[in-house]
Design a binder for this molecule. Structure first.
Ligand SMILES: [Zn+2]
Length: 269
């Protein structure tokens, strides 16, 4: 699933390419994409004629911003992909712009979801916690949010209501870098742990963004380019391979129902 670095890469590319363009027509090929959206009966007609003044990100949502506070938010979930170009066989939703180009939402597995807000945004965007990239700049605030939660640190990092943007790949990468075992309880971490976790979050997300994210299964950026974080990842999907710090074999376990990768030497319970 695209996480903060992939979604950030996507919105930067979209913003560069289409900010200022007007929507000439819109097509929804799979109605369930918008089944939980407000205004869903008005779609796609309610989008036509609107000018996109910015594309940005809220957590893992790609947000197209229009005048008067209107927003179209797309969540790519497992296999969603937002590209500029011709629709492929998995195209579920397209926007045709005033210069003739098309923004295409393709989704092979159909877990993706879209929301249109005519004025102020609502759920599910309003239920998100602070953005991971911003929160990690303030270790004390980061620590405070984690300390208030029951549960294991891996699960707490994945909870979008606590901190938005982190998914399974980067949670494992961040915990390895911070030398924190994924099953430790979030509530017992120390101030030193919080500082390490915040620094690791900044470092991992920063490196991943510089590399255009991770192309593991389906993710490609709007120009169909792959992200290259995969080649430098420390633990995710590296079970049995040597730790990049201490050469111990990376282990895989299940934490909160999610496949979790860690180094048993670097990350003590
Ligand atoms: Zn290690």
């Amino acid at each position: 699933m695209p996480e903060l670095p992939e979604v950030e890469t996507t919105v930067r590319a979209l913003n560069r390419a289409i900010a200022g363009r007007r929507i000439r027509s819109a097509w929804v090929g799979w109605r369930r994409l918008f089944e939980r959206s407000p205004e869903r009966r008005a779609l796609p007609a309610a989008l036509v004629g609107r000018r996109i003044y910015r594309v940005d990100r809220t957590g893992k949502f790609v947000c197209f911003r229009f005048a008067s506070g209107a927003t179209l938010a797309l969540h790519q979930k497992m296999s969603g992909r937002i590209t500029i170009g011709a629709p492929d066989q998995y195209a579920r939703f397209t926007l045709t712009l005033d210069d003739g180009r098309q923004v295409v939402f393709s989704d092979k597995r159909k877990f993706g979801r879209g929301y249109f807000y005519r004025r102020a945004i609502g759920e599910p965007l309003t239920g998100l916690g602070p953005d991971a990239a911003a929160l990690a700049a303030d270790p004390a605030a980061f620590g405070q949010r984690l300390a208030a939660r029951r549960g294991r640190i891996k699960s707490v990092l994945l909870n979008q209501a606590v901190v938005a943007g982190i998914g399974n790949i980067y949670a494992d990468e961040i915990l390895w870098r911070a030398k924190i075992h994924p099953v430790r309880l979030a509530s017992v971490l120390t101030t030193v742990d919080h500082r390490r976790l915040a620094a690791a979050t900044r470092a991992v997300l920063g490196q991943a963004m510089r590399r255009g994210g991770t192309s593991f299964r389906d993710y490609l950026d709007p120009n169909l380019r792959r992200g290259t974080y995969w080649t430098v990842r420390a633990v995710y999907q590296r079970a049995g391979e040597p730790c990049r710090r201490c050469r111990t074999s990376i282990q895989k376990a299940t934490v909160g129902g999610r496949g979790t990768h860690y180094c048993p030497t670097c990350q003590r319970v």
